[in-house]
Design a protein around this ligand. Structure first.
Ligand code: SF4
Length: 157
């Protein structure tokens, strides 16, 4: 996770992980939710945080399938048994572990790229970024501005 106190560490981390044979490294900017909302010193604006998506390699946690937004293969199980699309959606669960994972999985609606209000040439690569982050910017089908800054500033306007 990228935050204002570790910005200088990414080059070193990249070298280290490659040297010791790490096969996959996911780098992300935290969504401003939960306790992070109260800790403004750890907030990074999109124009700053977005640059760090150049780090990370391999399949990664957010790998996906053509035509679909992030999360197609993900399901989040909270420690109290709630099941959600991913842990960011823990307040909007699709069920509980007692319902069975198959049932919960079937209740998760995949998001197709064509539903998004993204209008850029990078959509198949970016897949609209994080849907939860987009909703924090005001529209669950809108743009993830952190990703817009990574791919091309123009698309943030
Ligand atoms: S760069 Fe921005 S506009 Fe383009 S797909 Fe990603 S979130 Fe959508």
């Amino acid at each position: 996770m990228v935050h204002p106190k570790n910005l200088e560490d990414f080059d070193k981390m990249e070298k280290l992980f490659m040297n010791i044979g790490v096969k996959s490294w996911t780098v992300d900017v935290p969504c401003v939710t939960g306790r992070l909302k109260e800790n403004v010193n750890f907030h990074l604006p999109p124009e700053q945080g977005g640059k760090y998506f150049k780090y990370g390699y391999g399949e990664g946690l957010h790998s996906g399938t053509k035509g679909y937004a992030c999360g197609l293969h993900l399901i989040g199980i909270m420690s109290d048994g709630r099941v959600a699309k991913c842990t960011f959606y823990s307040d909007n669960p699709v069920g509980r572990i007692e319902d069975g994972l198959r049932k919960c999985w079937q209740r998760i609606r995949p998001v197709r790229l064509e539903e998004l209000k993204c209008d850029c040439q990078y959509i198949e690569l970016c897949r609209g970024g994080c849907r939860y982050r987009a909703s924090l910017f005001g529209d669950p089908n809108g743009k993830d501005l952190y990703k817009c800054y990574y791919y091309d500033k123009i698309h943030c306007k």
